[in-house]
Design a protein around this ligand. Structure first.
Ligand code: KG4
Ligand code: ZN
Length: 346
C-alpha cells in the first residue's frame, strides 16, 4: 500500500494521548508526533482512577493534544489518511470523549474512521517498534489487564490466558496500599524491594502454578501479604522491603510457570516459525524483576524477548494510530460514524 499517515486518539483510562504515525510502503512504521498527558496527579489523592474525573480531564486536554501531535509531526489534517480512536475496552466516559472527537474529525474532513480495540493497539505495537512478523505471543500486564495473547494477524487474535481475579498491576497497587506505600503501587513496591529486601523471607502463594490452563490469579497473593503485615505489627522498613521482595519473587515464579507453558504451546503449534518471539506490554513491563524473569525464560526456550520502549508499553496513541494503519493497509473496512464505544470488549 502507499505510505499512510494516521492520526491516533487514546482516552480509555487515565492517559489522554494523540499521535501521528507513518506506515511506509514496505510496512515499516515511524512515529511522527506523539503526546501523552498523564492524569496521575488528578487521581493520586484517591488511590486509583476516578472515572468522572478522568472523562472531564480528557475533554479539557484532547483538542490541544491533537493539535500538538499534528504540529510535532509537521502535518495538518489534510495530510492525514485516516483517524483511529480507541473505542474500548475502558472507562466509558473517556471512550465517549475520544471516539466522538475522532468521529467529528472524520466527519469534518471526510476521512475514514477506525474504531480501535485498545488491546489490539498493545498487541500490534511490536510491529511498529521491532517490525515483528506474525505469529508471535504477547503478554499484556497492566493495571487493568493480564493476558497472554497469540497474535496471528491483523484482527486475528487468540486469548490463551487471562486473570481469573486481579490484574497484575492491580496486585502491585493493592499490595502497596496495604503496606502504606504511595500510588501507583508498582514502582513503589519495586523501589521498596530494592532496599535490601530479602525475597526468601516470606513464602507467598503462587496460584495456578502447575495448572494445565494458561490463566493467572493474583488475589490470593494480596491476602497473604495482608496476613504477613498483620502478623508483624508494628511493621518496620525492613519488613516492608522483605515483603515486597518476596511478593516480586512469587510473581516471578508464577510468570515463569504460566508464560513458560505458553511458550511450549507456541513451539508445539508453530514448529515452522524460525525465531519465535514473546512481546511484553503494559505498565508492569517496567518492572526489572519481571523483565529479567521473562528474558531468562525466553533465553532458555529459544525465544526472542521483545520489550518495546516503556512509553510505548504503557498507554499511548501511537499504538492506536498504528493499529488503524495496519487495518487500512490490510484492506479492512473503516467503521461507520454510528460505531459505539464499548466499555467491555473481549
Ligand atoms: O499500562 P499502564 O500504565 O496503565 C493501565 O493499566 O492502563 O499500567 C499501570 C500499572 C499500574 O498498576 C502500576 O502500578 C503498574 O502498571 N506499574 C508497575 C511498575 N510501573 C508501573 N508495576 C510493577 N513494577 C513497576 N515498576
Ligand atoms: Zn493499556
Amino acid at each position: 500500500s502507499p505510505p499512510l499517515r494516521i492520526l491516533g486518539i487514546e482516552t480509555s483510562c487515565d492517559e489522554t494521548a494523540a499521535s501521528v504515525v507513518l506506515r511506509d510502503e514496505e510496512g515499516g512504521g515511524r512515529i511522527l508526533g506523539d503526546v501523552v498527558l498523564s492524569q496521575l496527579e488528578e487521581h493520586s489523592a484517591y488511590g486509583g482512577v476516578v472515572p468522572e474525573i478522568a472523562a472531564r480531564a480528557h475533554v479539557e486536554a484532547l483538542d490541544t493534544l491533537i493539535e500538538e501531535a499534528l504540529l510535532r509531526a509537521g502535518v495538518t489534517l489534510k495530510d492525514i489518511d485516516a483517524i483511529a480512536a480507541t473505542s474500548g475496552p475502558g472507562l466509558i466516559g473517556g471512550l465517549i470523549v475520544g471516539l466522538m472527537t475522532g468521529k467529528a474529525i472524520a466527519r469534518a474532513t471526510g476521512k475514514p474512521l477506525y474504531a480501535v480495540n485498545h488491546l489490539e493497539g498493545h498487541a500490534l505495537t511490536a510491529r511498529l517498534t521491532d517490525g515483528l512478523s506474525f505469529p508471535y505471543l504477547m503478554l499484556l500486564v497492566s493495571g487493568g489487564h493480564t493476558q497472554l495473547i497469540l497474535v496471528k494477524g491483523v484482527g486475528d487474535y487468540e486469548r490463551w490466558g487471562t486473570t481469573i481475579d486481579d490484574a497484575l498491576g492491580e496486585a502491585f497497587d493493592k499490595t502497596a496500599k496495604l503496606l502504606g506505600l504511595p500510588y501507583p503501587g508498582g514502582p513503589a513496591v519495586e523501589r521498596a524491594a530494592a532496599r535490601n529486601g530479602n525475597p526468601e523471607r516470606f513464602d507467598f502463594p503462587r496460584p495456578l502454578v502447575g495448572d494445565a490452563r494458561l490463566d493467572f490469579s493474583f488475589s490470593g497473593l494480596k491476602t497473604a501479604v495482608r496476613q504477613a503485615a498483620q502478623s508483624l505489627e508494628p511493621v518496620t522498613e525492613q519488613d516492608i522491603a522483605d515483603i515486597c521482595a518476596s511478593f516480586q519473587r512469587a510473581i516471578a515464579r508464577t510468570l515463569k510457570d504460566r508464560v513458560g507453558r505458553g511458550l511450549k504451546r507456541f513451539t508445539g503449534e508453530y514448529q515452522s516459525v524460525d525465531r519465535p518471539a514473546l512481546v511484553v506490554a503494559g505498565g508492569v513491563a517496567a518492572n526489572q524483576t519481571l523483565r529479567q524473569t521473562l528474558q531468562s525464560l525466553c533465553d532458555g526456550q529459544g525465544f526472542r524477548f521483545v520489550a518495546p520502549p516503556l512509553q510505548l508499553c504503557t498507554d499511548n496513541a501511537a499504538m492506536i494510530a498504528w493499529a488503524g494503519a495496519e487495518r487500512l493497509a490490510a484492506g479492512l473496512p473503516a467503521d461507520g460514524l454510528n460505531v459505539a464505544p464499548r466499555s467491555r470488549w473481549p
